[in-house]
Design a protein. Structure first.
Length: 270
Protein backbone atom coordinates (compact mmCIF):
# COMPACT_ATOMS: atom_id res chain seq x y z
CA UNK A 1 0.00 0.00 0.00
CA UNK A 2 1.49 3.33 -1.09
CA UNK A 3 1.93 6.33 1.19
CA UNK A 4 -1.04 8.26 -0.26
CA UNK A 5 -3.33 5.23 -0.08
CA UNK A 6 -2.23 4.49 3.46
CA UNK A 7 -2.89 8.07 4.51
CA UNK A 8 -6.36 7.98 2.94
CA UNK A 9 -7.09 4.68 4.69
CA UNK A 10 -5.96 6.15 8.02
CA UNK A 11 -8.27 9.12 7.56
CA UNK A 12 -11.22 6.81 6.87
CA UNK A 13 -10.39 4.68 9.90
CA UNK A 14 -10.06 7.78 12.06
CA UNK A 15 -13.49 8.99 10.94
CA UNK A 16 -14.98 5.57 11.65
CA UNK A 17 -13.34 5.47 15.07
CA UNK A 18 -14.75 8.92 15.88
CA UNK A 19 -18.22 7.76 14.77
CA UNK A 20 -17.96 4.68 17.00
CA UNK A 21 -16.88 6.84 19.95
CA UNK A 22 -19.89 9.09 19.39
CA UNK A 23 -22.19 6.06 19.16
CA UNK A 24 -20.73 4.72 22.40
CA UNK A 25 -21.34 8.07 24.11
CA UNK A 26 -24.98 8.03 22.95
CA UNK A 27 -25.47 4.53 24.34
CA UNK A 28 -23.88 5.55 27.64
CA UNK A 29 -26.20 8.56 27.79
CA UNK A 30 -29.21 6.32 27.17
CA UNK A 31 -28.06 4.00 29.95
CA UNK A 32 -27.66 6.97 32.26
CA UNK A 33 -31.24 8.04 31.52
CA UNK A 34 -32.39 4.49 32.23
CA UNK A 35 -30.57 4.57 35.57
CA UNK A 36 -32.37 7.80 36.42
CA UNK A 37 -35.65 6.16 35.39
CA UNK A 38 -34.85 3.25 37.71
CA UNK A 39 -34.37 5.69 40.57
CA UNK A 40 -37.73 7.30 39.79
CA UNK A 41 -39.46 3.92 39.68
CA UNK A 42 -37.87 2.89 42.96
CA UNK A 43 -38.86 6.19 44.61
CA UNK A 44 -42.45 5.89 43.40
CA UNK A 45 -42.57 2.34 44.76
CA UNK A 46 -41.15 3.48 48.09
CA UNK A 47 -43.69 6.31 48.30
CA UNK A 48 -46.56 3.97 47.46
CA UNK A 49 -45.59 1.39 50.08
CA UNK A 50 -44.67 3.82 52.86
CA UNK A 51 -47.56 6.28 52.59
CA UNK A 52 -49.61 6.82 55.72
CA UNK A 53 -53.23 7.77 56.31
CA UNK A 54 -55.05 9.25 59.27
CA UNK A 55 -57.59 7.11 61.09
CA UNK A 56 -60.15 8.21 63.65
CA UNK A 57 -61.42 6.46 66.74
CA UNK A 58 -65.20 6.47 66.46
CA UNK A 59 -67.59 5.32 69.17
CA UNK A 60 -69.96 2.60 68.01
CA UNK A 61 -73.51 1.88 69.16
CA UNK A 62 -72.38 -0.67 71.76
CA UNK A 63 -70.01 1.84 73.34
CA UNK A 64 -66.81 0.39 71.88
CA UNK A 65 -64.55 2.22 69.43
CA UNK A 66 -63.58 1.42 65.88
CA UNK A 67 -60.74 2.67 63.69
CA UNK A 68 -62.01 4.33 60.53
CA UNK A 69 -60.20 6.19 57.76
CA UNK A 70 -60.42 9.90 58.48
CA UNK A 71 -62.90 11.77 56.30
CA UNK A 72 -64.94 14.82 57.21
CA UNK A 73 -67.76 12.51 58.32
CA UNK A 74 -65.68 10.17 60.48
CA UNK A 75 -63.76 13.08 61.99
CA UNK A 76 -67.03 14.75 62.97
CA UNK A 77 -68.22 11.43 64.44
CA UNK A 78 -65.00 11.09 66.42
CA UNK A 79 -65.54 14.54 67.92
CA UNK A 80 -68.96 13.57 69.31
CA UNK A 81 -69.62 11.96 72.69
CA UNK A 82 -71.87 8.95 72.95
CA UNK A 83 -75.49 10.10 72.94
CA UNK A 84 -74.61 13.77 72.53
CA UNK A 85 -73.67 16.51 70.10
CA UNK A 86 -70.10 16.76 68.91
CA UNK A 87 -67.60 19.55 68.44
CA UNK A 88 -67.91 21.18 65.07
CA UNK A 89 -65.18 20.54 62.51
CA UNK A 90 -64.38 23.34 60.05
CA UNK A 91 -62.36 23.04 56.85
CA UNK A 92 -60.69 26.18 55.49
CA UNK A 93 -58.50 26.76 52.45
CA UNK A 94 -54.77 27.46 52.54
CA UNK A 95 -55.43 31.14 53.30
CA UNK A 96 -57.78 30.38 56.17
CA UNK A 97 -60.98 31.11 54.26
CA UNK A 98 -63.74 28.78 55.53
CA UNK A 99 -65.14 26.21 53.11
CA UNK A 100 -67.54 24.00 55.04
CA UNK A 101 -68.21 22.85 58.59
CA UNK A 102 -69.64 19.63 59.98
CA UNK A 103 -70.76 18.17 63.26
CA UNK A 104 -72.19 14.84 64.35
CA UNK A 105 -75.27 14.32 66.50
CA UNK A 106 -76.32 11.04 68.09
CA UNK A 107 -79.58 9.80 66.62
CA UNK A 108 -81.52 7.67 69.07
CA UNK A 109 -83.83 6.32 66.37
CA UNK A 110 -81.04 4.90 64.23
CA UNK A 111 -78.77 4.28 67.22
CA UNK A 112 -75.90 5.97 65.40
CA UNK A 113 -74.40 9.23 64.27
CA UNK A 114 -75.98 11.66 61.84
CA UNK A 115 -74.04 14.56 60.36
CA UNK A 116 -74.98 18.17 59.86
CA UNK A 117 -73.10 20.27 57.30
CA UNK A 118 -72.86 24.05 57.10
CA UNK A 119 -71.75 26.65 54.62
CA UNK A 120 -70.11 29.90 55.79
CA UNK A 121 -70.69 33.34 54.30
CA UNK A 122 -68.26 36.27 54.20
CA UNK A 123 -69.49 37.41 57.59
CA UNK A 124 -68.59 34.02 59.10
CA UNK A 125 -72.23 33.16 59.60
CA UNK A 126 -73.05 29.46 59.31
CA UNK A 127 -76.16 28.12 57.61
CA UNK A 128 -77.18 24.53 56.74
CA UNK A 129 -75.48 23.44 53.53
CA UNK A 130 -77.91 22.77 50.66
CA UNK A 131 -77.85 19.11 49.75
CA UNK A 132 -76.15 18.07 52.97
CA UNK A 133 -74.13 14.89 52.49
CA UNK A 134 -75.05 14.87 48.78
CA UNK A 135 -73.35 18.22 48.22
CA UNK A 136 -70.44 17.92 45.79
CA UNK A 137 -67.93 19.41 48.24
CA UNK A 138 -69.06 17.12 51.06
CA UNK A 139 -68.89 14.05 48.82
CA UNK A 140 -65.30 14.97 47.96
CA UNK A 141 -64.30 15.54 51.60
CA UNK A 142 -65.92 12.21 52.52
CA UNK A 143 -64.08 10.30 49.79
CA UNK A 144 -62.12 7.34 51.07
CA UNK A 145 -59.13 5.23 50.16
CA UNK A 146 -55.94 6.36 48.47
CA UNK A 147 -57.75 9.30 46.80
CA UNK A 148 -58.89 10.76 50.12
CA UNK A 149 -59.35 14.44 49.28
CA UNK A 150 -59.40 15.70 52.89
CA UNK A 151 -56.21 13.94 53.90
CA UNK A 152 -54.36 14.93 50.74
CA UNK A 153 -55.40 18.57 51.24
CA UNK A 154 -54.27 18.61 54.86
CA UNK A 155 -50.94 17.00 53.96
CA UNK A 156 -50.11 19.32 51.06
CA UNK A 157 -51.35 22.49 52.75
CA UNK A 158 -54.40 23.05 50.55
CA UNK A 159 -56.67 22.73 53.59
CA UNK A 160 -56.59 23.93 57.18
CA UNK A 161 -58.38 22.09 59.97
CA UNK A 162 -60.21 23.96 62.74
CA UNK A 163 -61.94 22.36 65.71
CA UNK A 164 -64.59 24.03 67.84
CA UNK A 165 -63.38 25.16 71.25
CA UNK A 166 -66.19 24.23 73.61
CA UNK A 167 -64.66 25.70 76.76
CA UNK A 168 -67.52 27.28 78.67
CA UNK A 169 -67.84 31.01 79.30
CA UNK A 170 -65.23 32.15 76.80
CA UNK A 171 -64.94 35.90 77.08
CA UNK A 172 -64.08 37.87 73.97
CA UNK A 173 -61.29 39.71 75.74
CA UNK A 174 -59.58 36.74 77.36
CA UNK A 175 -55.93 36.53 76.32
CA UNK A 176 -56.08 32.77 75.83
CA UNK A 177 -58.73 33.04 73.15
CA UNK A 178 -57.63 36.11 71.18
CA UNK A 179 -56.27 33.85 68.43
CA UNK A 180 -59.41 31.75 68.00
CA UNK A 181 -61.54 32.11 64.88
CA UNK A 182 -65.06 33.23 65.71
CA UNK A 183 -68.16 32.19 63.76
CA UNK A 184 -71.86 32.43 64.44
CA UNK A 185 -74.60 29.83 64.11
CA UNK A 186 -78.20 30.76 64.83
CA UNK A 187 -76.94 33.84 66.66
CA UNK A 188 -74.61 31.80 68.88
CA UNK A 189 -70.89 32.59 68.91
CA UNK A 190 -68.61 29.63 68.18
CA UNK A 191 -64.85 29.62 68.73
CA UNK A 192 -62.49 27.51 66.61
CA UNK A 193 -58.82 26.64 67.07
CA UNK A 194 -56.59 25.61 64.17
CA UNK A 195 -55.32 22.08 64.67
CA UNK A 196 -53.21 19.49 62.92
CA UNK A 197 -54.51 15.92 62.74
CA UNK A 198 -51.48 14.76 64.74
CA UNK A 199 -52.45 17.01 67.65
CA UNK A 200 -55.87 15.39 68.07
CA UNK A 201 -56.24 12.52 70.51
CA UNK A 202 -59.08 11.15 68.38
CA UNK A 203 -56.76 10.77 65.35
CA UNK A 204 -53.79 8.51 64.71
CA UNK A 205 -51.94 7.39 61.61
CA UNK A 206 -51.11 4.04 60.06
CA UNK A 207 -49.44 2.75 56.91
CA UNK A 208 -51.80 2.56 53.96
CA UNK A 209 -51.23 -0.97 52.69
CA UNK A 210 -54.29 -1.41 50.48
CA UNK A 211 -52.39 -0.24 47.38
CA UNK A 212 -49.14 -2.12 48.09
CA UNK A 213 -49.95 -5.11 45.87
CA UNK A 214 -50.73 -2.84 42.92
CA UNK A 215 -47.58 -0.82 43.60
CA UNK A 216 -45.51 -4.03 43.65
CA UNK A 217 -46.97 -5.19 40.34
CA UNK A 218 -46.36 -1.78 38.75
CA UNK A 219 -42.80 -1.73 40.08
CA UNK A 220 -42.02 -5.23 38.78
CA UNK A 221 -43.39 -4.43 35.32
CA UNK A 222 -41.56 -1.11 35.06
CA UNK A 223 -38.25 -2.53 36.30
CA UNK A 224 -38.45 -5.53 33.96
CA UNK A 225 -38.93 -3.17 31.01
CA UNK A 226 -36.02 -0.96 32.08
CA UNK A 227 -33.74 -3.94 32.69
CA UNK A 228 -34.56 -5.37 29.25
CA UNK A 229 -33.72 -2.05 27.60
CA UNK A 230 -30.52 -1.76 29.63
CA UNK A 231 -29.43 -5.26 28.58
CA UNK A 232 -30.00 -4.36 24.93
CA UNK A 233 -27.98 -1.18 25.34
CA UNK A 234 -25.20 -3.05 27.13
CA UNK A 235 -25.00 -5.57 24.26
CA UNK A 236 -24.98 -2.71 21.77
CA UNK A 237 -22.19 -1.00 23.68
CA UNK A 238 -20.16 -4.23 23.70
CA UNK A 239 -20.56 -4.53 19.93
CA UNK A 240 -19.41 -0.94 19.47
CA UNK A 241 -16.41 -1.52 21.72
CA UNK A 242 -15.49 -4.65 19.75
CA UNK A 243 -15.71 -2.73 16.46
CA UNK A 244 -13.77 0.16 17.92
CA UNK A 245 -11.01 -2.15 19.12
CA UNK A 246 -10.74 -3.69 15.64
CA UNK A 247 -10.60 -0.23 14.03
CA UNK A 248 -7.91 0.94 16.49
CA UNK A 249 -5.83 -2.17 15.71
CA UNK A 250 -6.12 -1.50 11.98
CA UNK A 251 -5.23 2.16 12.57
CA UNK A 252 -2.07 1.06 14.36
CA UNK A 253 -1.24 -1.27 11.45
CA UNK A 254 -1.78 1.41 8.82
CA UNK A 255 0.17 3.95 10.87
CA UNK A 256 3.02 1.45 11.08
CA UNK A 257 2.96 1.09 7.28
CA UNK A 258 3.03 4.88 6.87
CA UNK A 259 5.97 5.19 9.22
CA UNK A 260 7.84 2.44 7.33
CA UNK A 261 7.17 4.19 4.01
CA UNK A 262 8.42 7.48 5.42
CA UNK A 263 11.58 5.87 6.76
CA UNK A 264 12.30 4.16 3.42
CA UNK A 265 11.66 7.42 1.56
CA UNK A 266 14.08 9.39 3.72
CA UNK A 267 16.68 6.62 3.36
CA UNK A 268 16.29 6.83 -0.44
CA UNK A 269 16.84 10.60 -0.56
CA UNK A 270 19.72 10.41 1.90
Amino acid sequence: MGLAASQARLLLLTAKNDALEFAAQKVEQERLLLAQEQETIAQEYSDATSNTIYVTRVTTADGTTSQETMTLETLANAMAPMGGEGKMVLIADANGNPIVAAKAVWDEDSNGWTQEYYSIDDGKNMTPLPGGADNEIIRALNSNGVNNVLQAGLQNGAYQLLIQNTTEEIEEGEEAYKTTDIYTLNGKTLHFDQKSPESLSEVSSRYYTEDDAAAQAKYNTAMAKVNTLDTRLENKLNQIETQKKAVEQEMESVDSIIQSNIERTFQYFS
